[in-house]
Design a protein around this ligand. Structure first.
Ligand SMILES: [Zn+2]
Length: 96
């Protein structure tokens, strides 16, 4: 019995609740796309990401895939809603 999905909401001594250390808010299960191939992060992005370390991001499946479809793949990840909002705002700035 190691499944702690439901008990994660309970504050266990010595076992902090899953949350964003930066914004002190609980993480949320977020649906993100799965992307394939190699992705290169710019230095600017890696620097900015320190402000939103738990943003919801596409899952990077790398370039090793099975025989399945390449499209319409999604995954569920834990993400901080504040980080995700900051990430989106940062990306909008870059595109401006
Ligand atoms: Zn956060």
């Amino acid at each position: 019995m190691t499944d702690s999905t439901d008990s994660a909401r309970i504050q266990h001594p010595g076992k902090p609740a899953r949350g964003c250390m930066l914004h002190h808010v609980p993480m949320e299960k977020t649906t993100v796309p799965v992307i394939y191939g190699l992705i290169y992060d710019s230095a600017e992005y890696l620097q900015a990401r320190r402000d939103f370390p738990n943003a919801a991001e596409p899952v990077r499946a790398g370039c090793v895939v099975g025989a399945g479809s390449f499209s319409d793949q999604e995954d569920r990840v834990w993400a901080c809603p504040v980080c995700t909002a900051l990430s989106g705002a940062w990306e909008n700035e870059q595109g401006a």
